[in-house]
Design a protein around this ligand. Structure first.
Ligand code: SF4
Length: 390
């Protein structure tokens, strides 16, 4: 069985005011600056060492030599807060308890402030062959609003360091729709990033989730979100700049310089392939059932300390729910979704009127046995899903 493995590393140097992931601010647990200064040689602060030990226990519990990992993705949080020694222990445990396919995609998410040439070299030595760099913007004012630690100069230096360290497959993560952001500023960020010819660019629209610091500032009138027309302009600008530079827009937020540089790990999510998630808050899926780990360090650590899998909840998806997800995910991808729901009589057909309407409005096209969104369709994927899903 081919499987994608997701490893959630919850630590971040600070919590960004828009973030609603499960993260643990590392600063509060003891300064990690010592580790930054001498990677891999300093004593880890309390917490991180326990985390790595527990993660290895989880790998031992869920490991399956019959499963072949086609992708391994270190996400978070900020996996680059881990030292090369810590990452090496985790990678060794994965290799001890799973088969890893030759040529497997091994990705690590990093923040610019962590990237040095030496760190990049160490990652390459551990088998990391794809780096996702959380640059977000090259406009220092946008970075300040996003509460990021790095600035433009750090981001550009990190890109140079990643290349100098031997990382040949780089993904740059960007965020648009930052309050106060102009089209000209975004145009400059994307253009400057394209000068560095990354293999992949992810450009996400900023979403201000309830419960975050930015939502609080919006509520008190301190922060004015961009209007929908401005967001639309930024999305179209992104598409135009990247497509003109030869990138394919293969998912609503993702662009690859060549098809082989698409994120294989994320494609597996979008295609409903099985994946296994380890670490706090990580999700797993086996084709019909989804389960997820405790979304806090303490119960996750406690379960593993008792030799139990740290699963918080499970849900079994009905054929109708699976089809709904297939459509929703497909509407965000240029490859779309299959017209027929895998021949299962239990899965209802698409409503013909809604489908014809969307095709008439040039939001969807039929291409052989698949239904694909146009750029307009991708933009309103959620709305189309509501119309097409039973
Ligand atoms: S670095 Fe990423 S994961 Fe960490 S707090 Fe910021 S947005 Fe969240």
């Amino acid at each position: 069985m081919s499987l994608g493995l997701y490893v959630h590393v919850p630590y971040c140097r600070r919590v960004c005011p828009y973030c609603d992931f499960f993260v643990v601010p590392i600063g509060r647990r003891g300064a990690r600056t010592d580790v930054l200064a001498s990677r891999g040689t300093a004593t880890p602060p309390p917490g991180v060492h326990d985390f790595v030990d527990a993660l290895i226990r989880e790998i031992e519990l869920v490991g399956d030599r019959a499963a072949t990992l086609s992708t391994i993705h270190f996400g978070g949080g900020t996996p680059s807060t881990l030292s090369p020694d810590e990452l090496e222990r985790i990678v060794a445990a994965i290799r001890d308890h799973f088969e890893v396919a030759p040529g497997a995609e091994v990705t690590l998410e990093a923040n610019p402030e962590d990237l040095s040439t030496e760190y990049a070299q160490a990652l390459v030595g551990l088998g990391v062959n794809r780096l996702t760099l959380g640059i977000q913007s090259l406009d220092d004012e946008a970075l300040r609003v996003l509460g990021r630690k790095h600035r433009r100069s750090h981001a550009l230096a990190a890109l140079d360091a990643a290349r100098a360290g031997g990382l040949a497959n780089l993904c740059v993560d960007l965020i648009f729709g930052v309050p106060g952001q102009s089209t000209a500023s975004w145009h400059e960020t994307v253009s400057r990033v394209l000068d560095t010819r990354p293999e992949h660019v992810s450009a996400y629209e900023l979403t201000i989730e309830e419960g975050t610091e930015l939502a609080r500032r919006r509520g008190s009138g301190q922060l004015r979100p961009l209007r929908p027309s401005a967001l639309h302009r930024l999305f179209v600008t992104t598409d135009e700049l990247l497509c003109a530079a030869g990138y394919e827009h293969y998912e609503v937020s993702n662009y690859a310089r060549e098809e082989r540089f698409r994120s294989r790990h994320n494609l597996a999510y979008w295609r409903h392939s099985p994946y296994l998630g380890i670490g706090p808050a990580a999700h797993s899926f086996d084709g019909s059932m989804r389960w997820w780990n405790h979304r806090a360090l303490e119960p996750w650590l406690a379960a593993l300390g008792e030799g139990r899998k740290p699963i918080a909840e499970r849900e079994v998806l009905s054929p109708v729910e699976l089809r709904r997800e297939e459509i929703l995910l497909g509407l965000r991808c240029a490859d779309g979704f299959p017209r027929e729901p895998g021949g299962s009589a239990e899965r209802p057909p698409l409503p013909a009127d809604a489908l014809a309407d969307a095709i008439g409005r040039w939001q969807l096209v039929i291409d052989g046995d698949r239904i694909k969104p146009t750029l307009q369709g991708m933009l309103i994927a959620d709305e189309l899903a509501r119309q097409l899903c039973p």
